[in-house]
Design a protein around this ligand. Sequence first.
Ligand code: DHE
Length: 532
Amino acid sequence: RAPGGADRTPPAGGYFRQGKWAAAVLLGLAEAALAGPDGAAIYADLCASCHAETRLGGKGPALIPESLGRLQGDRLQAVIAEGRAMTQMPAFRDTLRPEEIAAVADYVSAPLAAPPVWDAAAIGATREMTADYQAASAPVFAADPMNITLVVETGDSHISVLDGDSLAVLDRFETPFAVHGGPKFSPDGRYVFVMSRDGWVQKYDIWSLHEVGRVRAGLNSRNIAMSADGKWLAVANYLPATLTILSTDDLSVARVIAVADRKGRPSRVSAVYQAPRRKTFVLALKDVPEIWEIATSEDGGPYSEGLVHSNENGMEEAMGVERGLFARRRIAVSAPLDDFFFDPDYRNLIGANREGETGVVVNLDVGRDIATLPLPGMPHLGSGISWMRDGRRVMAVPHLNEGRISVIDMQDWHVLKVIETSGPGFFLRSHDGAPQIWADVFTGPHKGEMHLIDKQTLGVVKVLKPEPGKTVAHTEFTRDGSKALVSVWEQEGAVIVYDSHSLKELTRLPMRKPSGKYNVWNKITFEDGTSH
Ligand code: DHE
């Protein structure tokens, strides 16, 4: 590309007769040489066909700061140079010089000139329903449909559909790139909805072993939640600052709700959760000190159920300003809270403050915080689990920055015990049919160690080290809790299947960087020991 962007037609008589013009061109060339390669031009030539001229993604993911997250500087340049294994992202080290790779990395790391519009029309235009999909009238397999377990394989963007009894892979389907958070099952366990960080939502029919369709509900999204009646799927978005509500039936857009406080200050949505008893979605907001509740029934959810007591926060809606389907209730909190855990009847939630030092308990019925408790070291409440111990309900939560698990009494919200582990963990899981909590170590020198903690004594009974030095994380159980499935979270990885009582390894299923695993029964029955 010629520098300066001006008309490049040579003047009549040639460059050298037109001394001034030629000098200007030479000056432009010298400036361009000093300025270095043009990242935008390289992007347009080599990247836009997959990632789109707008950088909002196409066949490849969006290349904007909101989506790249921690993929910056040298790490980003390495991906451009080396490509990504098992994807269509090629290696550019033989096509581009290092300074050209650096220029294109800088270009995609810069914010977009104007915030992109991603409204109902834009979302609707991305909706693709699978042409050859036909709904089966009964499962096309003999396996127990309630014991199907999905394994998300992020290594090559697929999901394996496992028979939880025989452990056979019934299907392996392609997902959008970078699936994050738990897929959500319809209440009957037939359909599953999967979300990618680029905002794609995919619907898959487990009975038919077939994709139903997909739609891009956001540009940079966090997670999804399904309404208790199975009709609506909410998508929490960072970009734009919205909550998208889709019809689960055909993935059409039911509502796009702009998220902002009363003064109009927009907020990213950190996460959205289903609160079945309340017939609402509950939203964690990243940038403003409010929690939102959105009704998912025509009668306005918690108001009709008498769950919301009139007070300063709930009054606006209780007085009839907002009622009915998708009515919103704002609950003011002292500081933004993200990442929630709920008690089983969804009366209280516990959230973490941004500094990751304090847990705040908010009673949703009265709409205000009722307790705080010390939780230093970035508690990961989204991974919390709860169970009954000595007749009292307790919950446990791992910490992302410290090798500890906090156990909290949910009656009076005090920290019952802090269990030391060999390093910071990401996920906790258990099951009614399993005696222990399975707690991974995700980072640090002891990465890959799995702590088994007795649910009654709260003591560590065993530390499994199946693949020293490798990431071993995230556990899911079969329907009856008899087997525990653990990911060896590596490109050439595996799911290790353990007997949850003898703790013996039963088998290994080779998988490509398996991350989360989700059993239909455990998820649709809200089995004790599972996360959202
Ligand atoms: Fe997650 C669940 C937030 C980074 C893998 N993660 C969740 C949920 C939230 C969340 C709110 C619960 C939503 C749900 O399932 O509906 N995750 C965050 C973050 O804020 C954080 C720390 C930073 C970020 O980049 O977003 C984060 N998460 C990660 C990862 O780096 C992980 C390990 C790899 C990845 O795939 O991105 C990761 N998160 C997961 C998984 C779940 C999850 C596998 C579902 C767990 C489950 O058992 O339900």
